[in-house]
Design a protein around this ligand. Structure first.
Ligand SMILES: Nc1ncnc2c1ncn2[C@@H]1O[C@H](COP(=O)(O)OP(=O)(O)O)[C@@H](O)[C@H]1O
Ligand SMILES: Cc1ncc(COP(=O)(O)O)c(N)n1
Ligand SMILES: [Mg+2]
Length: 546
């Protein structure tokens, strides 16, 4: 047979691209890199160093619309830094409207794919999705017995979010008898949990707990009953059960049509986190946070005309600034005794910001805001990082006044902005859903806007005349009352509040008023901890009276 000559271009000496030349300079570019044979083994040794890569194998169906199934699994694992190999069990014709067709892959060929991957590539965790027939479930169980892995995550996909059947009733027995006893976690949604338990009705959290307990009895080590499709629920609540303890995982319910593939993504994220070495509960928490963040960032995206759109798993590529939420869910009661620092006052009393914050927490402050108008950015950031550590170890949220950049860089719990700072909705875009945002408001219209912009609380004042903030009109009790009555968000009163008048503010018993924010009353004093402690007891007494 005549030998085929490569085209001349391929025979020409290789010219590295500019980027390659920078990384591996040729001898003419840099005399420091020797082309001598002695240099070669070193480079080869570096290339050969084994780098562990957490590996998830998904055994699931293909979704032509790429929102769920294999496609969602690969994107979710990629987003969390795990490698994802894929054994395809079925090919579906699917879009944002629903499932138009299902074509199951023959059992033997599912078996062949499993053999190919499991016999060669070190898989850490297997995650299952759509398994369209009892035969395929059996083939999978046989493969797992032959090639054991560290963990098995079973998402018992039976009905898609659109309501279409993806795995018929004939698979139920095999799931229950063969696959569940091998699983480290099983993650049914409400409809699936109901089907697995003989069509019981699941309408409340207590029903979800009972279902988790009953499914646990079928043999898996952990169960997560997902409440994404729970009717009339303002939060997205999932129930986790490990055989001993029930844990309710509460997340924000994101208002969006783009929820196609949430279940597949959640299970893949759990698998990826397990492959990376997380404990089961930590993996589930991280997975839920990921789904919440991805839905939030994709809530307005439009692909397709149907009611169930896909979401963007790789949202963090678009907003590189965005860090995953701190898992500190905002509790309006944290506004009770709100300590706001002031650099001038700390300097005057010879205290560092860190010492001031420690003392306020020691005295019982329930939330802290760093308001450092005159501190240089570098110094402010260092102090913010130190205060994040201090506050986190005490379970007290730490917010940054105005400076979104400092909040992001220090991974603080949130930001407080005024009417002339960055609009709250822009702050939300940058911080994501897991962080706390407060807005200073003087009028019902500003309070309404803060709510629309996605803020968590408003600060209302100045209630009394204050010297801390220049040109700050005083609202008095009437102004505070008007805003509290109109606000859809919890309110903290601010402005000239001290030990002498704080009680009278809380005794107003205004709706939504959760506490008072103070600056001078704590920080323009000799002993911050003592002042905080006495203000706290004044507030507690006033609340008992009102
Ligand atoms: N609108 C939403 N906002 C926030 N989280 C959601 C939303 N819808 C579903 N989730 C979460 O997505 C995950 C998958 O749940 P679910 O949609 O119930 O599963 P499935 O996709 O299997 O039906 C759960 O953690 C659930 O709480
Ligand atoms: C191939 C395939 N697998 C799974 C699902 C479930 O989708 P969801 O996660 O939205 O319930 C789906 N619709 N298609
Ligand atoms: Mg869903």
């Amino acid at each position: 047979m005549a030998s085929v000559q490569p085209p001349p271009a391929l025979l020409a000496p290789h010219r590295p691209s500019t980027a390659a030349a920078l990384r591996f300079p040729s001898p003419t570019v840099s005399p420091r890199v020797s082309p001598s044979p002695a240099a070669r083994p070193r480079r080869l040794a570096v290339a050969a160093r084994a780098m562990p890569w957490p590996h998830v194998l998904t055994v699931a169906g293909s979704d032509s619309g790429a929102g769920a199934g294999i496609q969602a699994d690969i994107k979710a694992c990629a987003a969390l830094g795990a490698y994802c190999s894929s054994v395809i069990t079925a090919v579906t014709a699917q879009n944002t409207v629903g499932v138009q067709g299902v074509h199951a892959v023959p059992e033997e060929f599912v078996g062949e794919q499993l053999r190919s991957v499991l016999s060669d590539m070190s898989v850490d965790v297997v995650k299952t999705g759509m398994l369209p027939s009892a035969g395929i479930v059996k083939v999978l169980c046989e493969s797992l017995r032959k090639f054991p892995v560290k963990a098995l995550v079973v998402d018992p996909v039976m009905v898609s979010t659109s309501g279409d059947t993806l795995s018929g009733p004939s698979t139920l027995t095999t799931y229950r008898d063969e696959l569940f006893p091998m699983a480290d976690i099983v993650t049914p949604n409400i409809k699936e949990a109901s089907k697995l338990l003989g069509d019981v009705s699941l309408l409340t959290i207590s029903d979800m707990r009972s279902a988790a307990e009953s499914i646990y009895k079928l043999g898996p080590k952990n169960v997560l009953v997902k409440g994404g499709d729970m009717p009339d629920s303002t939060d997205a609540i999932d129930v986790f059960f490990d055989g001993k303890e029930f844990i309710e995982l509460r997340g924000l319910r994101i208002k969006t049509r783009n929820t196609h593939g949430t279940g597949c993504t959640l299970a893949s994220c759990i698998a990826a986190e397990l492959a990376k070495g997380a404990t089961m509960l930590r993996a589930v928490e991280a997975a839920k946070k990921f789904v919440e963040s991805a839905l939030y960032h994709s809530k307005d995206l439009v692909i397709g005309n149907g009611p169930q759109g896909p979401f963007d798993h790789l949202f963090s590529l678009k907003s590189p600034l965005y860090k995953m939420g701190s898992l500190h869910k905002f509790n309006p009661d944290d506004l009770f005794l709100y300590a706001v620092t002031d650099s001038g006052m700390n300097k005057k009393w010879g205290r560092s910001i860190e010492d001031a914050v420690k003392a306020a927490i020691e005295g019982g402050a329930t939330i802290v805001q760093l308001r450092e108008k005159d501190t240089e950015t570098r110094e402010f950031l260092e102090a913010a990082k130190a205060c994040v550590e201090i506050c986190r170890s005490s379970g007290v949220p730490l917010l940054i006044n105005d400076r979104v950049d400092v909040a992001l860089a220090s991974n603080a719990d949130g930001v407080h902005v005024g009417q002339s700072d960055m609009p709250a909705w822009e702050v939300r875009e940058l911080l994501g859903p897991g962080k706390i945002i407060g807005v200073s408001c003087k009028t019902p219209a500003q309070a309404e806007q803060a709510w629309k912009d996605g803020a968590d609380y408003i600060g209302c004042g100045g209630v009394f005349p204050t010297t801390t903030k220049a040109n700050n009109p005083t609202l008095g009790f009437e102004g505070l009352r008007t805003v509290c009555l109109a606000s859809k968000l919890p309110v903290v009163a601010i402005g000239g509040i001290n030990a002498g008048n704080a009680g009278s503010v809380m005794e107003l018993g205004l709706p939504n008023l959760k506490g008072v924010a103070v600056v001078s009353a704590l920080f323009n004093q000799e002993c911050v901890a003592t002042e905080t402690r006495s203000l706290r007891s004044i507030l507690m007494n006033a609340c008992c009276r009102s």
